[in-house]
Design a protein around this ligand. Structure first.
Ligand code: C5P
Length: 380
């Protein structure tokens, strides 16, 4: 990336780690490695975490992580720390200071994406951590090494590394970029019951036979991918097809079989918002689309009221996470020479990933157009 290491300047990297939605999720087979073969159209959201990384202070011997916002363990099994460690292992092979490894990093994660919710938060944090670590170490990896590093950390990580709307196939490692959806940024209402659902358990239930009667997910997904590839999909056209998307997630029945009350919760939510409701990934996050963020925000307020007055049944341990956000435009690639370069000084240099949050211009996480409840983005 740059040669800041030689100059002695400390680099301070901030990366926005977006959540994702699966517009479609078709399971199209079982692979020899035990994973399921997928056909899924995924979009990044303007809701996301913020990951900050810099070189640890002198004397530190291991990577550190501080988490603020939603509750999440900062133990070594956190995907951020695992991603930094895995990146170090790959980089170490060609590290010029050998035998010393790339130095320890101090990372901070402002957590806003609900955990184990089908929104890809952990995978997005892992992708951001790889990119942040490489930037702090002022190094790069070739695309093949990057791809296998990403896939080794989780099936959704390659999608987040690529950034932008994409068709995912294989177990998730094959990412075909698709054109952005045209028109006004589409707004999304997210409703996540307070119950963590492990992806592996949901795929396990699917493999054991928890499947819906309607098997149209693959057909809908292929059709939508073809349309998007041709570049003709508008947000107005997608919004009217929400009912179709609601039938395009093959893991919906499996999630419902594992979470008592989820099916009833979905039906109640559909009644409350008077529109079809879809599931993201392996769940339990439910979502629906709106033409504007103002409408999604209004719906979020209405759903919050429903959660309080009992119109919406309680699932899990408390009130659901409810947020209005937008489908985000493609990542602007990080600049090779970000502004503020201060060669030879000790002033920390900040590198952002210039994420365009829903067409509202380059924006950090504090500026993204998301309204949510019960979470906090602590950038201090
Ligand atoms: O890759 P990741 O760690 O996110 O996957 C978690 C688990 O979900 C896997 O161990 C596997 O059991 C299941 N899975 C699957 N097929 C996929 C992705 C995940 O069976 N394509």
């Amino acid at each position: 990336m740059t040669t800041e290491r030689a100059s002695g300047a400390r680099i301070h990297v901030v990366r926005f780690a977006p959540a994702k939605l699966n517009l479609t999720l078709a399971v199209v087979g079982r692979r020899e490695d035990g994973y399921h073969a997928l056909h899924s159209i995924m979009v990044p959201l303007s809701l996301g975490d913020a990951l900050t990384a810099s070189a640890s202070p002198p004397g530190a011997v291991r990577d550190s992580l501080r988490v603020t916002g939603l509750a999440l363990s900062s133990a070594p099994d956190n995907l951020v720390l695992r991603a930094i460690a895995a990146a170090r292992e790959v980089v170490a092979a060609t590290w010029p200071g050998a035998p010393a490894d790339p130095p320890p990093l101090a990372a901070r994660l402002a957590k806003r994406i609900p955990v184990a919710a089908g929104l890809g938060g952990g995978s997005s944090d892992a992708a951001a951590a790889i990119q942040a670590a490489l930037a702090v170490w002022s190094t790069t990896l070739d695309p093949d090494a990057m791809a296998s590093l990403a896939a080794s950390l989780g099936s959704d990580v390659p999608f987040f590394l690529a950034g932008g709307v994409a068709l995912i196939t294989g177990r998730g490692e094959r990412v075909e970029a698709l054109p952005d959806i045209h028109g006004e940024p589409l707004a999304v209402l997210l409703v996540t019951p307070q119950v963590a659902v492990a992806t592996a358990t949901v795929f396990g239930a699917y493999a054991a036979g928890a499947r819906g009667s309607d098997e149209r997910a693959a057909e809908i997904s292929e059709h939508l991918a073809a349309e998007m590839r041709a570049g003709g999909l508008t947000s107005a056209a997608l919004v009217v097809r929400t009912a179709e998307l609601a039938g395009a997630n093959d893991l919906r029945a499996a999630a419902a079989s594992l979470v008592p009350g989820l099916a009833g919760f979905l039906t109640a939510l559909e009644k409350l918002v008077d529109r079809p409701v879809c599931q993201s990934g392996s769940g339990p996050t439910l979502w629906t689309l709106y033409p504007t963020l103002a409408e999604a925000r209004k719906a979020a307020r209405f759903v919050r009221l429903g959660a309080v007055n009992g119109t919406l049944p309680l699932v899990g341990t408390g009130e659901p996470f409810i947020a209005a956000t937008t489908i985000a435009a493609r990542h602007a690639p990080p600049s090779a020479e970000p502004p503020g370069r201060t060669t030879g000084t000790i002033r920390p240099r900040t590198v952002h990933n210039g994420f365009d949050a829903g067409g509202h211009g380059p924006a950090g996480p504090a500026a993204e157009p998301t309204e949510s409840k019960g979470d906090r983005l602590d950038e201090s």
